[in-house]
Design a protein around this ligand. Structure first.
Ligand code: AMP
Length: 190
């Protein structure tokens, strides 16, 4: 199995690149942001809870997020691997993911981080907010909070995987295709 974490700040292009990677490597794409938005759209209890954090740019509590992620992974066991997008976002989530994959006799092959300059991220998110309908992309204060949360809570996840040489960085500036080619070079080298 090849299990990848697509890592990077909000607006770094994880979702876009995940789509292309899924086509090429036949992996299952799991985005916790998409899973929360699905719940939100269906107005479930989980969706209502998630919304109260998402609209402020804060993280949904680990326990809730991990439970949802575990349920999704366990419902799709017959795959060649997973691409995790937007997860893990804390060290506790990374530890929970390691445990979950160990239960399935597999592990994370690599974390690949997309590096993008902060002003570019803000510009991209505001632009996306014009068409995505996402409340958290339309407010510059919320965008800044998401970047701050990324810096404080999420960035240490890179070091967590780097400690056993599973973390890679890719330049996330340029065209979608250029960035995709850079990702493929890393993945093909695994
Ligand atoms: P995303 O679509 O990945 O940018 O996620 C949108 C929002 O969903 C985030 O700002 C968080 O509020 C929530 N969220 C998504 N994934 C996670 C996660 N792994 N842990 C906690 N909250 C998350």
């Amino acid at each position: 199995m090849t299990n990848l974490i697509l890592f990077g700040p909000p607006g770094s292009g994880k979702g876009t690149q995940a789509q292309s990677l899924v086509d090429k490597y036949k992996l299952l794409h799991i985005s916790t942001g998409d899973l929360f938005r699905y719940e939100l759209g269906n107005d479930t209890d989980l969706g209502k809870l998630a919304k109260s954090y998402m609209n402020k740019g804060q993280l949904v509590p680990d326990e809730v997020t991990v439970k949802m992620l575990r349920r999704k992974v366990e419902s799709e066991p017959d795959v060649d691997g997973y691409i995790f997008d937007g997860f893990p976002r804390t060290i506790a989530q990374a530890e929970a993911l390691d445990d979950l994959l160990e239960d399935l006799n597999t592990e994370i092959s690599a974390l690949v981080a997309l590096e993008v300059q902060e002003q570019e991220i803000i510009d991209r998110l505001l632009l996306r907010g014009q068409s995505s309908g996402r409340a958290d992309d339309q407010n510059e204060a919320v965008i800044k909070e998401r970047i701050e949360v990324y810096r404080n809570a999420t960035k240490p996840v890179y070091e967590y995987y780097d400690a056993n040489d599973r973390a890679y960085t890719v330049d996330g500036m340029g065209s979608v295709d250029e960035i995709f080619q850079r990702l493929c070079i890393v993945i093909d080298s695994l």
